[in-house]
Write a protein of this length. Sequence first.
Length: 62
Amino acid sequence: MSGQGRYRNLWEHYYKEGQAIIFVVDSGDKLRMVVAKEELDTLLNHPDVKHRQIPLILTLSL
């Protein structure tokens, strides 16, 4: 699922059925790092994700 702003509101529709989360960040884009942190915090604190034990893969591209 794309990380573009117009698609982020769709993410939560996949939280209940998701088997894993892969979160990719362009670490060369300093401005987006702040947005990525906020979005990751929101995702991890969502009720459908917060209390589940699911694999989380974080990757930073240089």
